[in-house]
Design a protein around this ligand. Sequence first.
Ligand code: G3I
Length: 379
Amino acid sequence: MKIHFTLAGAPAVAGLATAGLLAGGITEKAAEPVTLTDAYSNYFLVGVAINQKQIDGEDQRGDPIIKAQFDSITPENALKWDATQPTPDGYNFTEADRYVEFGEKHHMTIVGHTLVWHNQTPGWVFQDKNGRPLSGTNAADRALLLARMRDHIHTVVGRYKGRIKIWDVVNEALNPNGTLRKSSWEKIIGPDYIEKAFQYAHEADPDAILRYNDFSLEDEPKQSAAIALMKKLLGEGVPVTAIGLQDHDQMKWPSAEREDETISAFAKLGLKVMITELDVNVLGGRRTAEVSEMASQGRANTYANGLPPDLERALAQRYADLFSVFIKHHNDISLVTLWGVTDADSWLNWRGQNYPLLFDREGKPKPAFYSVIKAAGEP
Ligand code: G3I
């Protein structure tokens, strides 16, 4: 018997309506709507990145979906350094407190994103009190920046001790060629800024899961460099306990096979593997220059009127393939987080109207949503 799924609070999609009729005309009660969190309850948590409007309950379209479909949240921006410590004079936890309260109110596993990153870190962090840029050749500057990092991590992680269960401690520290990114952290402190960050986070909350988070870890030589970095940290007793594969994917990259190999490679290190920022860009890897040229010619919105059916089906198949790999690795993976609730919320719209997630701009489930639910049901 064909079982159909309806979405909590959303109308059944044509053809997916629950047929109540069994042979012999006995009517059966409509099947309970199956949610992502229900469908994956035997495998891993399913999370979502949420923006400030959603945290503040001002998103009529997104909020019901977040509460019904997900059992973990990640702050898209509310816990970044520029939000929690915009100036050297103090901290601002207004947005972050609301984020954690939202998660607790809805019994979600709360993720903290992110403590040490080259982006969204205010300029004052890397200057002395007179505005002089700190330098890597000056021991006092190294000590000053380490003290600022330690104070920030102890204050932010300490504030949500026991409430935020998972932290992205260091984000995107590697270049595509596998070398360490020459960020201000690396230039002023040196490569051991990574160890220090994990040490400080563990001091602030010894029970928190501490993640190294990065993108394109399916690619070489970046993957081998990340594995070498994790082995070095683990070898030195640095308290890193999880690896975050961001998975900002394309329609064909990474292949399901490559994703499978990548998860195995990191799981072998004894680290928990998490998919942390999943989306599938249907517009392909357009470079910034190309986007602005297309935008200037009014061509950026290739699919202004929605995805053509064949691409919608291809996206559904793409998501089913990725989730089938995640299911295969459910003993290695404890969380899969989507980077946004609906297509309208996605950061990827800067490249032109994009369709990278499971819910459309009206908040309705896309074929990709149903293929992900279906993938969970398949043996
Ligand atoms: O809050 C200000 C607002 O006051 C101002 O009016 C507005 C106009 O400029 O900007 C707002 O800040 C924006 C912020 O998002 C909040 O919306 C920043 O300009 C914008 O750069 C920032 O974009 C975020 C981006 O990280 C920054 O690098 C995206 O929302 C967020 O999805 C994206 O997420 C990153 C992950 O943290 C790490 N991995 C890659 C991922 C995608 O880039």
